[in-house]
Design a protein around this ligand. Structure first.
Ligand SMILES: NC(=O)c1ccc[n+]([C@@H]2O[C@H](COP(=O)([O-])OP(=O)(O)OC[C@H]3O[C@@H](n4cnc5c(N)ncnc54)[C@H](OP(=O)(O)O)[C@@H]3O)[C@@H](O)[C@H]2O)c1
Length: 284
């Protein structure tokens, strides 16, 4: 079997895809801009590549049959990079978003959505055999957004606390990805992947409190305060994307699918399960 290339191997989902492929004994290669600091398992062949530097891609793609693509690079790099990928690979699994799901949360026009649509157009105009993963909100966002406040014992101050999402565990997204990378029968599939429950953001923070055995103080702030204060690890333009999505979904249950169970045979993990497995990262 040729190695599978994970582009974005150091990302939240990419790391899980790599570790599950290693667990299956599949040969895997990870592309990163920083091989010296990427901290990936020893079974992974690590290669240096940058999606914005097309000349770095051929070496990474040499001998590859299937690619898992995580894209957070600038849009201008997409066409040349996809052209290189299509030259080498036969199959691509792209980490996209629920672009076609008719729930207001997923239907706000914004630059993140436009970029995913652009990449899908490029993939579909190539000869690549594709599968799209369309996950909703990652459970792991909680580590970026709330862990700093929770660890320091501060009040968790957050906008749109009543708005629900269905957070999805990165291990479950990866499990679907691994099926699509390793098995036939997933070409042309668009997997909308969510966690098993619609939970308000208030309930999600409270669930973390249960997981770490400490009730948390939670306080609603206005969208303007969120813009003024920012969100940890989130660029300002993405803060606006998030605020618009939450505002659109007030009063609506989150969209919930059973895709993880249908594709893998194992139901998606609950947010409580995710939080319990990450409890140490929320403790001081
Ligand atoms: N967060 C959510 O709730 C959510 C929901 C649905 C969809 N998504 C989508 O999921 C994707 C991943 O988001 P994320 O926040 O999980 O990403 P992330 O963990 O921050 O990882 C970003 C990855 O992109 C790689 N990367 C960035 N620029 C690169 C470049 N120029 N060349 C090569 N690699 C580059 C990084 O690799 P190195 O730094 O190692 O080079 C890293 O592995 C995004 O497309 C996002 O829109 C996210």
């Amino acid at each position: 079997m040729n190695p599978i290339l994970v582009i974005g191997g150091t990302s939240i989902v990419g790391r899980q895809v790599l570790s599950q492929l290693v667990g299956k004994g599949a040969p895997v290669r990870a592309m990163t801009r920083n091989p010296d600091t990427c901290d990936l398992p020893p079974q992974v062949e690590v290669v240096r590549g940058d999606l914005t530097l097309r000349e770095t891609l051929d070496g990474c793609l040499d001998g590859i049959d299937a690619v898992f693509l995580v894209w957070t690079a600038p849009a201008a790099a997409a066409a040349p990079a996809l052209e290189r990928i299509a030259r080498h690979a036969r199959r691509i699994v792209f980490l996209s978003a629920p672009l076609k799901t008719p729930h207001p949360f997923f239907q706000q026009p914004n630059p993140v959505r436009a970029l995913a649509e652009q990449i899908e157009r490029l993939i579909e105009s190539s000869r690549l055999q594709w599968t799209y993963l369309r996950p909703g909100m990652f459970a792991a966002n909680a580590l970026r957004w709330w862990a700093p406040q929770i660890r320091s014992g501060e009040v968790v101050r957050w906008p749109y606390l009543s708005v629900p999402t269905a957070p999805i565990d990165e291990r479950d997204i990866a499990a679907v990805a691994v099926r699509a990378l390793c098995e036939d029968g997933h070409a042309g599939a668009e997997y909308v992947i969510t966690g098993p429950q619609s939970l308000s953001q208030f309930e999600q923070v409270s669930t973390i409190g249960r997981a770490i055995g400490r009730p948390l103080r939670i306080e609603e702030i206005s969208p303007d305060e969120a813009i003024r204060d920012g969100i940890p690890s989130v660029p300002a333009f993405v803060v606006k994307v998030l605020l618009d999505a939450w505002a659109s979904a007030i009063g609506q249950p989150a969209h919930v699918t059973s895709t993880v169970a249908e594709v893998t045979g194992i139901p998606a993990r609950t947010f409580l399960n995710w939080a319990a497995d990450h409890a140490t990262e929320f403790r001081a």
